[in-house]
Design a protein around this ligand. Sequence first.
Ligand code: URA
Length: 281
Amino acid sequence: MNRRALILDELGLSPVWVRKDILAGLQANPTEPMLASVESHSPAPRPQGFSPVAVAAHQALAPLVNQAKFTPPPPQTIPANDPIEDERSQRIARMNWEELNDAVSTCTACPLCEARQKTGGQTVFGTGPMQANIMVIGEAPDADEETQQTPFLGDAGKLLSNMLAAIGEDEQVYKANLLKCRTPNKRNPQAAETLQCAPFLKRQIELIQPQTLLLLGRFAMKTLLESDEPVSVLREALQEYKQIPLVVSYNPSYLLRNLPDKSRAWHDLLRVKAALKSRTQ
Ligand code: URA
């Protein structure tokens, strides 16, 4: 429990979550009385060594996370119609894990392979346990992630890990990207690249069969949900991809530049937690 409060504090989320009336009381009297009223709503033990505001935030959040009070709206199913699949996609859709890994590492289907081969770069398949509860899908690796063949490193990766840790789900997570190759100067994925890489991602999802999908950013979302709605709209409700509950949220690289959306991303993580609970209960 202390760890969660600490992480929330780290993320700068704690003050955002203090109810106005509680915050007013805390500011008027920063010691016991308002905390007592928070505690009367929530029996969770009060963590030691935190500011009153952080403690109140922790107490206010505990029921949401622990008792799954959050009730997701009914799934809004957006059909993931595959267009008539070409021969290559069909072949990929039959691959086992090793074949898929090999196919990705030797892929030459789009121009990104030329840059990869010129610079001696490599593909980034994904990392995590195959029996993961959550599959997180981002956009594309950067140069460092390419070198280490690991998605979500650096500050963005750290933010993502902290947020997953805050909902107690930092272990059973598989992390991958829509594109397996780095794009030049971190530019956005292009349509032709997405088209060629999407069958790999779809096969990864099918083989892992996660309990919940977490899509970070509009490109993965556009590919799997076939929707042009912005993240800000699709994140509002639980989605579904091939009967797997799917939560859309902001890419952590974006969150690093847009701090106010961190609190919205935290809500999305709670939605992931609630979706997981409803699948595993
Ligand atoms: N790192 C990744 O691997 N993917 C993203 O989408 C962002 C950062």
